[in-house]
Structures are given as structure tokens and as C-alpha cells.
Design a protein around this ligand. Sequence first.
Ligand code: HEC
Ligand code: HEC
Ligand code: HEC
Ligand code: HEC
Ligand code: HEC
Length: 222
Amino acid sequence: MAQIFTASADMRLRAILLGILILLVCLATFVGGYAESSYGTLVGWVQDQPVPFSHEHHVAGLGIDCRYCHTSVETSAKAGLPATHICMSCHSQIWTGAAMLAPVRQSLAESKPLEWNRVARLPDYVYFDHSIHVTKGVPCVSCHGRVDQMPLMSRAKPFQMKFCLDCHRDPAPNLRPPDEMTRMDWTDWDRDPGAHKEYGALMAKTYGIEPAKLTQCNICHR
Ligand code: HEC
Ligand code: HEC
Ligand code: HEC
Ligand code: HEC
Ligand code: HEC
């Protein structure tokens, strides 16, 4: 049979094919790794903000409840970011001259809201609702982590589909009594995991939560 390629051309072809294969493997590893990495999920990343607002200071230090600033978290899809007059309820008396707070005073004077850069955000094609979670026993800490230990806000969990589904398949272990939703350090199950297991299952039943329904695509993609 006549040879189509000379021996050296054949070698070159093999080398090129091998090169392409290695490149593809590297690319797949990189893309996969990227999706899981903090570059992809933004976990732990801090955003530049107009004012270096500290949750650690205001939540852990001063003991202000989340709902004082995120006023619509129990009643609507959005938790809401605080209006400037909420900051001024204290800062018209405390630290009134601080340069750090100049943008807050300016915002009040010009009645223009402060423009915070968002930390926790989903793509537009995903539907999310705070009130349904918070009124059915899912606490802030399950999704936002130890906010009371964050001098600057950063994302605590990867907001990927798997994160949502892991809980939707079995929400019981996360459920809490209604008056502990904003507590960051509520550790019933650390002390007695057995007791919480029963409690969680009971809560799921009381609230009428059906995990089978919660994994259907159209719950989150409407
Ligand atoms: C319930 C009162 C209260 C409210 C409401 C409040 N702060 Fe504060 N803030 C304080 C106190 C008290 C301090 C600390 C002063 C100190 O310890 O030196 C402080 C400190 C600060 C500081 C200095 C940096 C730091 O954390 O130590 C910034 C910046 C700040 N607040 C921004 C804000 C912004 C922005 C808002 C609105 C979203 C706000 N605060 C709402 C009471 C409040
Ligand atoms: C004194 C007001 C105040 C209190 C109290 C407060 N926050 Fe905030 N929160 C803010 C401000 C201002 C921002 C925007 C700036 C930033 O991201 O740090 C914010 C941002 C956030 C964000 C990021 C939102 C985004 O997508 O950018 C989350 C999550 C959050 N807060 C959760 C909580 C939780 C949970 C609590 C209670 C444990 C809480 N906050 C208590 C004022 C407050
Ligand atoms: C089941 C998970 C979950 C729980 C529980 C939860 N959040 Fe969120 N939160 C999210 C997600 C996801 C986003 C991003 C939503 C988006 O981009 O549409 C978000 C966004 C936010 C924001 C940004 C602005 C806004 O208006 O939504 C704030 C502030 C916030 N959450 C505060 C809270 C507080 C306070 C609590 C508890 C009272 C809480 N969240 C409970 C998942 C959760
Ligand atoms: C820690 C547990 C937990 C996490 C994490 C969680 N959820 Fe949920 N989710 C629940 C529970 C519990 C309910 C209430 C179920 C019910 O009402 O029967 C719920 C309900 C919902 C509903 C309303 C369903 C309906 O009946 O209309 C939507 C939408 C939703 N979740 C979206 C999300 C998205 C998107 C994420 C991820 C960003 C997420 N959830 C993360 C526990 C969780
Ligand atoms: C509990 C909420 C929830 C349910 C249920 C859910 N998804 Fe998603 N889905 C998400 C979130 C959140 C994202 C955004 C992921 C990201 O930004 O990385 C997403 C992203 C996607 C994407 C974009 C590609 C990707 O993987 O990032 C596709 C496609 C998708 N979902 C299909 C589905 C299908 C099909 C089902 C039903 C079997 C389903 N989803 C059920 C929350 C959900």
C-alpha cells in the first residue's frame, strides 16, 4: 500500500495531536478548577466600599440586630440595604466629624443613597426569596456565614446550584426556632446533635416543608 505520509511527517502529525490533547486536558482542568476556586465563587473576597462599614463592630461589638438595617428580610424577596438615615440615627451623635463618615453625611445632605458594591449576588436567571427562608426557619448564618466576625463584608458560601440543592434535599439540620434567625452563634446542635436532629425533623414537618418539591427546576428557574 502506498504511504500517504513520509515517516517524519507522520511523526510530526502525532506530535501535534498529542500537543492538542495535552492542551485540552489542561484547559478542562483549569476551567473546572476555576469554577470551584475562590476566583470563580468569590468566597472570601472583599469589595471596595464607599465607607469601610464593619459588621464585626456593629453586630458583635454594638449588638445591633440584622433587621435594624436589613429591614425587609422577613417580608420580601430582598433583604434591603440600609437607608442613610438609619446610619444617621447614631452617627448624627457619634463620630460626627469623622472623615471616614463623610460620604454618609454627603449622602444625607444630597438625599442620594450610598452606592454599596454587592457581595452576595445571584445571576438574574435564578429566583431567590429571603422571606420564605427566614420565616421557615433558615437562619442568616446558613447562607452568609459569621457576619459578626467580618470587619469587611465578604461572601461566605459559594452561591452555586449545588449549594442551594444540598440544603433543599435535606433542610432539617439547618432549621431553628423563629426567634433565633439572626443569632450568629446559636449552637444547639453542637451541644446535643441528637436533640437537634429530632427538632429539625419536627420543624420540617410543622412548616410543611417537602424536600422532593424543593429540587424541581422551576422552583429556582421560573
Ligand atoms: C446603633 C448605632 C449605630 C448605627 C445605626 C450605625 N453605627 Fe456606625 N458606629 C456606631 C458606634 C458606636 C461606632 C464606634 C465608635 C467607636 O467605638 O469608636 C461606629 C463606628 C462606625 C465607623 C468607624 C469604623 C468602625 O467600625 O469602627 C463607621 C465607618 C461606621 N460606624 C459606619 C456606619 C454606617 C455606614 C452605618 C449605617 C449603615 C452605621 N455606621 C450605623 C454606632 C452606629
Ligand atoms: C448597622 C447596620 C447593619 C447591621 C446591623 C447589619 N448590616 Fe449587613 N450590611 C450593612 C451595610 C451598610 C451593608 C453594605 C456594605 C457592606 O457590604 O459591608 C451590608 C451588607 C450586608 C451583606 C452583603 C450584601 C451584598 O450583597 O452586598 C450581607 C449578606 C449582610 N449585610 C448581612 C447581615 C447580617 C446577617 C446581619 C446580622 C447578623 C447584618 N448584615 C447586620 C449594614 C448592616
Ligand atoms: C437560604 C440562603 C439565605 C438566607 C437564609 C439569607 N440570605 Fe441573604 N442572600 C442570599 C442570597 C442568595 C443573596 C443574593 C440574592 C440575589 O442576588 O438575588 C442574598 C443577599 C442578601 C443581601 C443583599 C441585598 C438584598 O437586598 O438582598 C443582604 C443585605 C442579605 N442577603 C441579608 C440577609 C440577612 C440579614 C439574613 C437573615 C435575616 C439573610 N440574608 C438570610 C441568601 C440567603
Ligand atoms: C440552608 C438551607 C437552604 C439553602 C442553603 C437554600 N434554601 Fe431555598 N429553601 C429552604 C427552605 C427550608 C425553603 C422553604 C420550603 C417550603 O416552604 O416548603 C426554601 C424555599 C425556597 C424557595 C421557594 C420555594 C417555593 O415554594 O416557592 C426558593 C425559590 C428557594 N428556596 C431558592 C433557593 C436558592 C436559589 C438557594 C441558593 C442560592 C437556596 N434556596 C438555598 C432552604 C434552603
Ligand atoms: C434550589 C435552587 C435551584 C434549583 C432547584 C435548580 N437550580 Fe439550576 N441554578 C441554581 C443557581 C443558584 C444557579 C447559578 C449557579 C452559578 O451562578 O454558579 C443555577 C444555574 C443553573 C444553570 C446554569 C449553568 C450552571 O450550572 O451554572 C443551569 C443550566 C441550571 N441551573 C439548570 C437547572 C436544572 C435543569 C434544574 C432541575 C434539575 C435546576 N437547575 C434546579 C439554582 C437552582
